[in-house]
Ligand binder design. Structure first.
Ligand code: PLP
Length: 431
């Protein structure tokens, strides 16, 4: 499989090159040249397939012959080391829980898959070193740290804003050691992001083989299709049109859902549910794409003013707004809406949703009102324990601490404090 740059000013590359580079030299996101539907037989028999078998069928065309079948199966099986249940929350409403992995966020899936692909590509080359450089506002860093821990030939450098991530998130980033280094930046998330961008553009750092591990990287984004298929497998027997609502920040999940539909998955309608960062809902209203600086909300992993995967979604709909609107809705919700959804879900059903999932729930309910006879699924993208300050006082409960979280709480934090780009550069030069 070849990938082209969506800026269309860079050579086409292989899967391997696209994964290693992250972004094309013209700064465009990579996109597959060809998308082939899976067979009807696959969908007819999906209930009899294991998650690993489904994932293999889903991803194989995108990897092509660059990773041998047996090796790809092994990567998939190590990636999918946890469950993806759809839990009934309300009449015809299901939560697809993506938080049963090592860091309790959906980003575990993409991070684990990408790490193992890079390790395979570096297998015969002990001198080749990739440095994965990532800025995090919370969840990405932990998932990347855990997914890449101990992977040979890859160093991971994570930048996070000092004092702006939760205690659990900070420990997930800073306590692992080995090939993972956490740089604690005196600033906000945007400062971390700017430093990372500057490093990618810095010619002096070319020899460091820097790559990104957010959903611009195809090896993090494409495996996010897996669990949309798993949801379908569980909901197929309901025999009703399915609406999928994704609480959206960089729009990686919703874009993966649309890709899944291109592979034939019968999803009737997509809803991108956002917090106050409403660039896409505004676009659907007035046809103008006008990114704004991000606003802080209680669903902070979605505080994104210019969603990086939106360009891929436009490509999937051939940049045709009318075609896009046939499939896709997008709604924005305030923190007040989100809190009252969390309270009412808990009051009515006992289900504990955290702020991101609750935004997904709200978008789903809004769309379902317009489409009676449908069933809906929203992604629950993180475990409530990752946002206890927003969950516990609101619902008047104390959450049990799952084992994955317990194991990092007692560990000692290790970070390197930096205040400027030159400190990051110095650090990367000697790595
Ligand atoms: C990253 C993240 C999101 C946003 O997902 P996208 O695929 O970037 O839209 C939503 N919820 C949580 C908890 C996240 O960590």
């Amino acid at each position: 499989m070849k990938y082209y740059s969506l800026n269309r000013n860079a050579p086409n590359v292989s899967f391997q090159q696209a994964v290693i580079q992250g972004l094309a030299p013209d700064k465009g996101l990579y996109f597959p040249e060809k998308i082939t539907s899976l067979t009807q037989n696959f969908f007819d028999n999906i209930e009899s397939l294991s998650n690993e078998e489904i994932a293999f069928e889903t991803i194989r065309q995108f990897v092509g012959n660059e990773i041998p079948e047996s090796e790809l199966k092994k990567i998939i099986s190590e990636t999918l080391c946890f469950d993806f249940p759809t839990v009934k929350v309300d009449d015809n409403v299901f939560s697809l829980e993506l938080y049963h992995g090592p860091t309790m966020a959906f980003k575990d899936v993409g991070a684990r898959f990408m790490a193992r692909c890079l390790a395979y590509f570096n297998r015969n080359n002990p001198d080749l070193h990739n440095t994965v450089l990532v800025a995090t506002s919370g969840d990405t860093g932990g998932a990347v740290a855990s997914g890449f821990l101990g992977v040979k030939g890859v160093d991971v450098v994570i930048l996070y804003p000092s004092g702006k991530v939760s205690d659990v998130q900070e420990r997930q980033l800073t306590t692992l050691g080995q090939n993972i280094t956490a740089l604690e930046v005196d600033g906000v998330f945007d400062d971390c992001q700017d430093m990372v961008k500057q490093a990618f553009l810095d010619d002096d750092l070319k020899s460091r083989n820097l790559t990104s591990a957010n959903s611009i990287n195809i090896a993090r984004w494409l495996p996010q299709m897996f669990y949309i298929f798993f949801a379908y497998k569980q909901l197929k027997k309901q025999n009703k049109p399915i609406i999928l609502s994704c609480p959206s920040g960089n729009f990686g999940n919703i874009c993966a859902g649309i890709m899944a539909k291109r592979l034939g998955l019968p999803i009737a309608r997509f809803v991108a549910s956002t917090n106050a960062n409403d660039t896409v809902p505004r676009f659907l209203e007035n046809g103008k794409y006008e990114p704004k600086p991000s606003k802080a909300t209680i669903s902070n992993a979605m505080d994104v003013g210019n969603p990086s995967n939106f360009i891929r979604i436009q490509e999937l709909y051939h940049h045709d707004l009318a075609e896009f609107e046939k499939d896709f809705s997008s709604y924005s919700f305030t923190d007040e809406d989100t809190k009252s959804a969390m309270t009412s879900i808990y009051g009515k059903t006992g289900y504990i949703a955290e702020p991101h999932g609750a935004v997904g729930y709200l978008g789903l309910k809004k769309e379902m009102e317009k489409r009676p006879g449908s069933i809906g699924v929203f992604l629950e993208t993180a475990h409530p324990i990752k946002f206890p300050e927003n969950v516990e006082p609101l619902l008047g409960i104390t959450l049990d601490i799952p084992e994955q979280i317990q194991s990092v709480l007692g560990k000692e934090k290790k970070s390197v404090k930096i205040t400027s780009y030159s400190a990051l550069k110095d650090f990367l030069m000697v790595q």
